[in-house]
Each structure stands twice: as structure tokens, then as C-alpha cells.
Design a binder for this molecule. Structure first.
Ligand SMILES: *[C@@H]1O[C@H](CO)[C@@H](O)[C@H](O)[C@H]1NC(C)=O
Ligand SMILES: *[C@@H]1O[C@H](CO)[C@@H](O)[C@H](O)[C@H]1NC(C)=O
Ligand SMILES: *[C@@H]1O[C@H](CO)[C@@H](O)[C@H](O)[C@H]1NC(C)=O
Ligand SMILES: *[C@@H]1O[C@H](CO)[C@@H](O)[C@H](O)[C@H]1NC(C)=O
Ligand SMILES: *[C@@H]1O[C@H](CO)[C@@H](O)[C@H](O)[C@H]1NC(C)=O
Length: 270
């Protein structure tokens, strides 16, 4: 009589405590993310039908030399997402809008097993060894001032573009414009890559000539020197031949139409 009872109790205890055996629980998973992006920390029960009673995600903070529960001790819960509501055995953690501080070791705990995930976050660094780039533009046209993180997928935690006209003080032009001179003429070309910090200036004028600086931190910046050339001769030819704007772009690649004046696309010289 006593034996089967104990056996049943034992089985039911086993059922609860062994609800979820994590897959890969002996391995360290390595994932890499980029600042501003997101990263999925995998964790799931080997048997996707199993029920999970309790589990936690912990992050090891080197600075404090301790493991903290990410949903309790953290102030980043709005950047964390779980998927276990729809798939209870999937305990993976998604961290979005990544910061450099998200780097480190994470651990997914269920009642008796755990897995480790090492998260590496790549941030935005500028190529500091680059010499000052020299860019030439033509008045009335647009020009691209090149600047990019060495990792094109990384978004800088801050970005400013400043402009210094000859013998003038420098002024910020992006993201805050300090003068109306550039209003409506600037565009950041980061649609495809968050680490592409290149700035397009359209409708150039001679006053745009000067030194530009792209900064991602107080230590990291690159300089670009912009020279703006007048294009009066070219414009007068265009007017006299009365070409539509589209053809003007095409004719600009051939030299014949410009009466012997070599018309170059804006280019980067080193
Ligand atoms: C969990 O893993 C242990 C050891 O590998 C095994 O003995 C146990 O039966 C597993 N439990 C479940 C519910 O899969
Ligand atoms: C919480 O945020 C502050 C600044 O907003 C930061 O200094 C601190 O390290 C954060 N704490 C944790 C545990 O991430
Ligand atoms: C867990 O959910 C995430 C997000 O939907 C998915 O990418 C991942 O593949 C899932 N993991 C498993 C083991 O199903
Ligand atoms: C940045 O974007 C511009 C416009 O899309 C492109 O011409 C340029 O090559 C890009 N720069 C890098 C480093 O990819
Ligand atoms: C370009 O500049 C000229 C002269 O400053 C101005 O008349 C024109 O409206 C500007 N066009 C645009 C699109 O900003």
C-alpha cells in the first residue's frame, strides 16, 4: 500500500521540478548586436510541450560583480521582450535599442537548469586615422560630406555636425541648427545603414565653404573641408540651350556640351 503512494508522489514531484530541461544547457551561446539594434538571447525547453513553472533571466554586471535579475533590478524593462505568452516553452529574451551597457554575460534559469549567453555589442567608432577629407561642390547643386561608423550597422549614441566658416566661430548645424542659413537644405543619409552619418547639403552657396566636423563623442570626430565652386559659365550654357533639368544631369557627364569646360561630379579628394 505504502509503496505505490510514494511512487506516485515522487512522479508528480518529478513532473513539476523537471518541467523544462533547457536545450544546449552545457553550451555558451555567443551573440553579437549593434548599438541601436536588437539581439535575441536564445533559451527554450528541449521539449517544446513542457510546462515552465518559473524562470528568470540574469545579467552579470562586471562593475558590481554580481548577477541581477533583468526584470527586477533593471531600468531597461521597456527594451526587453519575452515570447513565452504565445509559446510557453520559448524563454528567449529580445533586447532592443541596444546600448553598450547591455554587453556581458546573461543566464536563463529554470528551476534546475540554466544556460549562458555572452552578448557582445559593437558601437560606433570613426576611422580616426583618416586625413581630413576634401570635398568639392558646385553652387546650386548638392554635395555629400562623408562620415561613417566603422560598423555600418551601429548607431552612434550621439551625433553632431558642426560647421566653421573661414575666420568664424564654429556652429552646430545638425541635429540643432544654430543658424537659418542651412534650414531645409540638410539631409542625413542614414536610411539604409544607421552607421552612415554622411550629410547631404543641397542648393549649395559659396557661404557653405569651410570646415565641417562629424562627431560621435567628445573624443571621436572627423573633419571635412568643403570647397564650393561657382558654376556661372555652365549655367549660362544651360539657359541658352534651354535643356530640361533632367538632361542637364546627363550632359554633365559628357564634356562636349560645356564648351570645353570640364564639368565634374562633386567628388572626394584625399
Ligand atoms: C531532464 O534531463 C534529465 C537529465 O538529462 C533527465 O533525467 C530528465 O528525464 C529530463 N526531464 C525531462 C522532463 O525531459
Ligand atoms: C539605470 O540607468 C542609469 C542612468 O539612466 C544608469 O546609470 C544605471 O547604470 C542603470 N542601471 C542599470 C542596472 O542598468
Ligand atoms: C522563440 O521566439 C523567437 C521570437 O519569436 C524566435 O525567433 C525563436 O526562434 C523561438 N525559439 C524557438 C526555440 O522556437
Ligand atoms: C552612405 O549613404 C550614401 C547615400 O546612400 C552613399 O552614397 C554612401 O556610399 C554611404 N556611405 C557608406 C560608407 O556606405
Ligand atoms: C536655392 O537657393 C536659391 C538662391 O539662394 C533660392 O532662390 C531657392 O529657393 C533655393 N531652393 C531651394 C530648393 O532651397
Amino acid at each position: 500500500m505504502r509503496f505505490p503512494f510514494c511512487f506516485c508522489l515522487f512522479l508528480s514531484m518529478l513532473h513539476f521540478s523537471d518541467g523544462c530541461n533547457l536545450s544546449d544547457h552545457s553550451e555558451l551561446t555567443k551573440v553579437t548586436g549593434y548599438t541601436g539594434g536588437s539581439v535575441l538571447l536564445p533559451c527554450s525547453c528541449a521539449d517544446l510541450q513542457s510546462t515552465v513553472k518559473t524562470f528568470t533571466w540574469k545579467h552579470y554586471y562586471n562593475r558590481e560583480d554580481q548577477w541581477n535579475e533583468v526584470f527586477q533590478d533593471d531600468n531597461r524593462t521597456d527594451r526587453l521582450k519575452l515570447f513565452n505568452q504565445n509559446s510557453p516553452a520559448n524563454l528567449s529574451l529580445l533586447i532592443s535599442d541596444l546600448r553598450k551597457e547591455d554587453e556581458g554575460e546573461y543566464s536563463c534559469y529554470t528551476s534546475q537548469t540554466y544556460t549562458y549567453v555572452r552578448v557582445t555589442i559593437k558601437g560606433c567608432d570613426l576611422d580616426k586615422n583618416k586625413p581630413t577629407a576634401k570635398v568639392k561642390g558646385y553652387s546650386g547643386e548638392s554635395v555629400v560630406l562623408p562620415c561613417s561608423c566603422t560598423e555600418l550597422q551601429a548607431k552612434p549614441e550621439q551625433l553632431t555636425w558642426t560647421f566653421t566658416a573661414p575666420n568664424k566661430n564654429s556652429e552646430e548645424i545638425y541635429p540643432y541648427e544654430q543658424s537659418e542659413r542651412v534650414t531645409g537644405r540638410l539631409r542625413l543619409l542614414n536610411e539604409i545603414s544607421p552607421g552612415n552619418l554622411s550629410l547631404q547639403i543641397s542648393n549649395l552657396t559659396k557661404e557653405d565653404q569651410g570646415e565641417y566636423r562629424c562627431s560621435v563623442s567628445s573624443q571621436q570626430h572627423i573633419n571635412i573641408r568643403l570647397r564650393v565652386q561657382e558654376e556661372l559659365y555652365f549655367q549660362s550654357i544651360c539657359l541658352s540651350t534651354n535643356k530640361p533639368a533632367k538632361n542637364r544631369e546627363e550632359s554633365s557627364t559628357t564634356t562636349q556640351h560645356t564648351g570645353g569646360i570640364r564639368r565634374k561630379q562633386p567628388q572626394i579628394l584625399h
